[in-house]
Design a protein around this ligand. Sequence first.
Ligand code: ASP
Length: 314
Amino acid sequence: MLPVVVVHGGAGHIPKERSEKSTEGVCSAVRAGYVVLKRGGSSMDAVVEAVTHLENNPAFNAGCGSVLNVKGEVEMDAIVMEGKTLGSGAVSAVRNIANPIQLTRLVMDKTSHACLTAEGASQFARSMGVPEVPMESLITEYARMRWRKNLVPDANPVECQMGKMGTVGAVAVDSEGNVACATSTGGMLNKMEGRVGDTPCIGSGGYADNQSGAVSTTGHGEAIMKVTLARLILFHMEQGQSAEAASDLGLAYMKSRVSALGGVVTVDPQGQWAARFSSHQMSWAAAQKDTLHYGLYVGEHFTQGIDEPLLQGI
Ligand code: ASP
């Protein structure tokens, strides 16, 4: 079944006028990750490439397009993990970095730490020659509009999260059977300054272990942390469940135990994969054996040749 890459563009409620951009975005990101695998790149190379594409796409809540905190500022969280060594790197509350996912890889490769935060992460980025970008360059009109709407004291909590653009993530297996995950986000709309979500927390926003598989998660961060969703799903896989069944079990537990919805992309080391969600929608795409798979609503699964223009669902 090897190799494979699977990406998500966030669980939630995507307004109709934004669904096309979201579907196109995940499909183009998965193609970019797949090219890396086809050229013999590692699963880590592939997930970082795919997530970099999604961070650069303003349709998603990561990198450019991130949602804003209560002060109207961008604070982003991200993580990478590789299944061969259990090596991981994360950053939290970073502000002036175009691609936090690339910084997480530097944390993994160049430090003895698992996570750097805020100003310390910025200093590390500078020392590695990662360029700083003005915060304004990461803020879209849409993100600013959502922020303003949600400042209203009687804002409807359901409406607030509608149109919430998604956190992004990817999982992959390379031709050597190594698994990896990457997740990147602007977090929750109008969050408190300094709030750190699930994304950079190992076992919550993502986890990768060659002995079971890899998972990248999306949804309400505080709930995901309560159930350590990524690790929970891999636990079920260790008990013999398939990627799909384990993903559903993890999401069902989060729903029943803490009343929260979310979504995940999951692979096992043999290249079996799943894109599952309990939310209304999650844009996702997978590439394997030169075939592109994608969908947005529950039960939707379009399939076509990897290089064909998108035919359905947009
Ligand atoms: N999990 C992210 C967070 O809470 C948000 C999301 O996935 O949409 O920061």
